[in-house]
Write a protein that binds this ligand. Structure first.
Ligand code: NCD
Length: 321
């Protein structure tokens, strides 16, 4: 029985709210084992763990890292992958097929389905009809739980612990699903503090604030990134989600990424020890690329990306065991 199968029958990964502290500890310990095994490509312990299993990746929205990391994880565990990277155009959706029918059908081809969808709630719907595990790889403005897991795994690896962490989340907090999932997941840790940095019109939504209050996690809202610099251990940058905006909202936030950026003017004021994370892709919110990328604690292009491979491979292994 894997860690994710328990009394609450969590055999789908849909929301970061479904994880307890115990489950997270077990997931991260298991992920450490996968990371250590993958270090030796030819001989690693789990290279045949998922032999004979098939993963379907069903992506209705663009993706590079999420799809590749799931697929790479599956292949490295000896499993196989089928999929469509542009399901909105290349699946039977164009012929009017419902998500319900697609999931019912793909259930007969695959042992697990990794799905990214443009509509919030789509992963829930898929899970309600699927006989095989569904992993939510992003549902519209909703959630991206495996991103939150890899973000926390990165913090744990780079800072040694997640308890006590003070994090600033920056950018389009209203439309970004990674922020919601990460904020919710952080509620499992002690002495966490979150500072949400955004202009008023892109500030984090009420449901996230309510959940933090319910779980007793203190947070602050501010429009000043630099004011947050001295007090935080991590800065979590996010891009403006232009594709999720109306034309009016898009023009209103045309300069927001430049205004809420780590750039030539402020990078020197960012303490060396501060971890900079970004789920990627990035736009102009990290402007002084050479200086910011070059910092020892800017981890978005390597450590954070590798964490994605390890965490997702662990989840596949666990859900399929
Ligand atoms: C994120 C997403 O899809 O929500 N990307 C990712 O999976 N790394 C972030 C984004 O698109 O801005």
């Amino acid at each position: 029985m894997g860690i994710l199968h328990n009394d609450f029958s969590i055999d789908h990964v849909i929301s970061s709210k479904q994880f307890s502290r115990e489950a997270l500890d077990a997931i991260f310990t298991g992920t450490d084992e996968v990371a250590a095994a993958f270090a030796d490509r030819r001989q690693h312990t789990f290279s045949r763990a998922l032999e004979g299993a098939v993963m379907a990746s069903l992506f209705y929205e663009p993706s590079t890292r999420t799809r590749f990391s799931f697929e790479s994880g599956m292949l490295r565990l000896g499993g196989r992958v089928i999929g469509t990277e542009n399901a909105r155009e290349f699946s039977s959706t164009v012929k009017g097929e419902s998500l319900y029918d697609t999931i019912r059908v793909v259930n007969n081809y695959a042992d697990i389905i990794v799905m990214r969808h443009n509509q919030q709630g789509a992963a829930d719907l898929a899970a309600s009809v699927s006989r095989v595990p569904i992993i939510n790889a992003g549902d519209g403005k909703g959630e991206h739980p495996t991103q939150a897991l890899l973000d926390l795994y990165t913090i744990r690896r780079c800072l040694g612990a997640i308890d006590g962490v003070h994090i600033a989340m920056v950018g389009d907090l209203r439309n970004g699903r990674t922020v919601r999932s990460l904020a919710q997941l952080l509620c499992n840790y002690r002495d966490v503090h979150i500072t949400f940095v955004a202009p008023d019109d892109l500030q984090v939504l009420g449901d996230v604030k309510d959940y933090l209050s319910l779980r007793g996690v203190p947070y602050a809202l501010t429009a000043s990134l630099e004011a947050a610099f001295p007090s935080v251990d991590c800065v979590y940058m996010t891009r403006i989600q232009r594709e999720r905006m109306t034309p009016e909202e898009r023009s209103a936030s045309a300069e927001t990424d430049r205004l809420y950026s780590i750039n030539a003017d402020n990078v020197e004021r960012l303490p060396e020890r501060t971890l900079v994370l970004h789920p990627l892709p990035r736009n102009r919110e990290i402007e002084e690329i050479s200086k910011v990328d070059g910092r020892k604690n800017s981890v978005y292009l390597d450590d954070q990306v590798r964490s994605g491979l390890y965490v997702r491979a662990f989840l596949l292994k666990d859900l399929l065991s």
